[in-house]
Design a protein around this ligand. Structure first.
Ligand SMILES: Cc1cc2nc3c(=O)[nH]c(=O)nc-3n(C[C@H](O)[C@H](O)[C@H](O)COP(=O)(O)OP(=O)(O)OC[C@H]3O[C@@H](n4cnc5c(N)ncnc54)[C@H](O)[C@@H]3O)c2cc1C
Length: 416
């Protein structure tokens, strides 16, 4: 896509996720042309992805077309392409089909699942990072119940009815809670021939605590709550191998199962390494405090793709980091155009929030913590507010209400 160079500087943004969309918003109506490039034509609201995999909300309700978002930004355009290479000399983004030129570049390409080199995990475990993975996981869980009715092999039935989640961070804990409520509520009604005492839901965490980083006084709450939901939480349990039929732990335990959900971590995509910038832990691009990529003053990296430490600790891979960095990156691009000094980024942590099934959650805001119903309500309100699109908010609220009042999940479909 080589067109005649316009008069205004062109800012290319890789990724229409939290960082990319917010960067484009901060460049709206500024004297630059913006081109947002993403391999998908939709923006995903990842905090609700686990609810797609737990048949709680429909996939379309948590995504939004990028072009619709960009309608409101007259100086922005969208290109649906996957960036494979970056030619920093010629200032070109390379894709399979075209070249996209830029004067300034903001990289916000997100992350992918990190299997930490665990044998078999990339082949047999189910990641929960992208929309298609969430749909595949939902299909698989429902198929396990269909398969359990049909099989006459007792060992096979036990494997089909054992669900293992690896990783006790926020996503693993939230998914364990949502899956328990799917299994022990609607699925009990759907599968009267299954003995639900045979069902096992296991959450494995390599460390000695769930949700690392949570306030000391709230560490016990998720454990108690998951126990109430019949989730078998096993701390200090490091996975050493995943096969089609089981998962093996460092202490020699073998858990027969055909479902291993991997929520143990994320890293930058290997493509990012191929772009040739210096990388840090997790293959992420090491950036200056101004978010500039070293030796490339016209290139900025933000969000999950970027690695930056604050007060000696790496910034977390969460949406508020990407959103706050998007603002500084956009301002620094404009400052660079005007020959002004670059601002340094400083993260303001808005807190942590998660739910563990209905009426239960943990919220930590500015050093104050809440658990139970209040935290759950706070989580609901904040996530509904942050979801893009009025229609999506109404539909998600409707699904939540249906689930809450009637224990009914409408999306128990196995789609091909
Ligand atoms: C299941 C799950 C639950 C989460 N829950 C929370 C939560 O509750 N709270 C929270 O704060 N954070 C949460 N996060 C983390 C949060 O979603 C990320 O930190 C955030 O999305 C990072 O924003 P980003 O812009 O860096 O990347 P993303 O939002 O991931 O966007 C990256 C975009 O880049 C595109 N892309 C990637 N590579 C290319 C390429 N080569 N060419 C073109 N386009 C490309 C992708 O398609 C994607 O649209 C969760 C993440 C997951 C996976």
């Amino acid at each position: 896509m080589r067109t005649e160079k316009p008069r205004r500087p062109r800012v290319a943004v890789i990724g229409a996720g939290f960082g990319g969309i917010w960067a484009a918003k901060h460049l709206a109506n500024k004297p630059v042309d913006v081109v947002v490039v993403d391999k998908n034509n939709y923006h995903t609201f990842y905090p609700l992805l686990y609810q797609v995999a737990a048949a709680e909300v429909e996939p379309e309700h948590i995504v939004y077309p990028v072009r619709s978002i960009l309608h409101k930004i007259p100086n922005a355009q969208f290109v649906m392409e996957e960036i494979t290479q970056i030619d920093t000399e010629a200032k070109l983004l390379k894709t399979k089909h075209t070249d996209i030129w830029y004067d300034y570049l903001i990289i916000s390409a997100g992350s992918v699942t990190n299997f930490f080199g665990t044998p078999g995990a990339d082949k047999f475990a189910y990641p929960l990072r992208e929309m298609d993975e969430a749909i595949e996981l939902r299909n698989h869980i429902l198929k396990c119940f269909e398969g359990a009715i049909l099989t006459r092999d007792e060992e096979k039935r036990k494997r089909l009815l054992t669900f293992v989640i690896v990783g006790g961070g926020p996503t693993g804990v939230e998914y364990a809670g949502a899956l328990a409520e799917l299994i022990y509520r609607p699925l009990v009604k759907d599968y009267p021939n299954i003995d639900f005492n045979e069902v096992k839901l296991i959450l494995l965490e390599a460390e000695s605590v769930l949700i690392p980083g949570i306030l000391e006084s709230y560490k016990q709450y998720p454990l108690d709550r998951l126990e109430d939901l019949r989730v078998d939480v096993r701390l200090n349990s490091r996975v050493t191998e995943v096969t089609h039929d089981d998962v093996k732990l460092a202490d020699g335990t073998v858990i027969p199962t055909e479902t291993v959900v991997w929520t143990a971590g994320v890293k930058a995509d290997d493509t990012v390494k191929a772009w040739g910038f210096a990388t840090a832990k997790g293959g992420r691009i090491a950036v200056e405090p101004t978010l500039q990529v070293p030796d490339h003053p016209n290139i900025f990296a933000i969000g999950d793709t970027a690695y930056l430490e604050q007060d000696g600790k790496p910034l977390p891979m969460v949406a508020p980091v990407a959103i706050q960095q998007a603002k500084i990156a956009a301002e620094n691009v404009l400052a660079a155009i005007e020959g002004q000094t670059q601002k340094e980024f400083r993260y303001k942590d808005p807190g942590t929030m998660l739910t563990i099934g209905r009426n239960a959650g943990v919220a930590e805001i500015k050093g104050r913590g809440f658990t139970g119903f209040i935290a759950w309500l706070l989580w609901l309100g904040v996530h509904l507010f942050k979801l893009i699109g009025f229609r999506n908010r109404i539909l998600v609220l409707f699904n939540w209400a249906l689930d809450y009042f009637f224990y009914e999940r409408t999306v128990r479909l196995i789609l091909r």
